[in-house]
Design a protein around this ligand. Structure first.
Ligand SMILES: [Zn+2]
Length: 275
């Protein structure tokens, strides 16, 4: 499932292709539930001749800025793919929305599992989206001290807290497991049990795993591709996620898989002592 590094990779690959183009219509919409707002019937009419002025990301949301303060907002969820396609590309069975662009190419939203969602939001709608999300972990304005304050407001186990988008935005199952391994913290450790040094290590680990994953253009296990349709390479650089039974790259102990917060969770039982 795309997390911050994957969505950021899609953003970068779309920005170079889309900024300055206009959406001229949406000739294909075969799964109206994909459109979260407004009603699917109005959605296409509202997207006639709209310029794309910027391509941004907030947490795991892609934000295509249009005119009049509005934006097309896309959440890829499990299997969504947003790619620029050549003129004349026809929809396959997993293509749920196609946008025509004024240079003849097409922006295609493909989603095998159909959990992905698209919104056309006005400025107040966008402000609401931002308010519902915690800070961006790679935002230069977020200091280690502020991260510690955010974390110390919570009392429970680390993994569900880090998955909570209102605490810190953009992390999902892969990068929470990777960051906790790097910081040598078990996912069931509670916030009150952490020393200030633990919290500092965790903050650095979160930033480091995200930066590294963006450099490797995201992790592809299933459907994730960037805006050019290319898979990422970060799956070759993971330390715990999906590596159960394989040796820990730090100590050689086999990685174990357990369930935390109903999510498959990967740990090194030697480096990450269970509380
Ligand atoms: Zn280890």
């Amino acid at each position: 499932m795309p997390e911050l590094p994957e969505v950021e990779t899609v953003r970068r690959s779309l920005a170079t292709q889309l900024i300055g183009l206009r959406i001229t219509g949406c000739p294909h919409l075969d799964w109206p539930r994909t459109i979260a707002a407004p009603a699917a019937a109005q959605f296409c009419a509202l997207l006639q001749d709209r310029p794309i002025t910027a391509v941004e990301r907030r947490a795991k949301y892609l934000i295509l800025r249009l005119d009049q303060g509005e934006a097309l907002v896309i959440h890829l969820r499990m299997t969504g793919q947003l790619t620029v396609q050549p003129a004349g590309t026809l929809p396959d069975s997993h293509t749920h929305v196609i946008f025509d662009l004024d240079d003849g190419r097409r922006l295609r939203f493909r989603d095998a599992r159909k959990f992905g969602r698209v919104w056309l939001l006005d400025a107040p709608g966008l402000a609401l989206l931002h308010r519902h999300l915690g800070p961006e972990p790679l935002d230069e304005a977020l200091t280690a001290a502020e991260f510690a304050l955010l974390l110390r407001r919570r009392k429970g186990a680390l993994k569900p807290i880090l998955l909570n988008q209102q605490v810190i935005a953009g992390l999902g199952n892969i990068y929470v497991d990777e960051a906790l391994w790097q910081a040598r913290l078990h996912p069931l450790r509670t916030v009150p049990s952490l020393t200030d040094d633990d919290v500092q290590q965790l903050f650095q680990a979160i930033q480091s795993v995200l930066r590294s994953a963006i450099e490797h253009r995201g992790t592809t296990f299933g459907q994730y591709v960037d805006g050019l349709g290319q898979a990422g390479a970060n799956q070759h650089h993971l330390n715990v996620y999906g590596r159960q039974g394989e040796p820990c790259s730090r100590c050689g102990t086999p990685i174990e898989k357990l369930t935390v917060a109903q999510r498959g969770t990967h740990v090194c039982p030697h480096c990450q002592l269970r509380p």
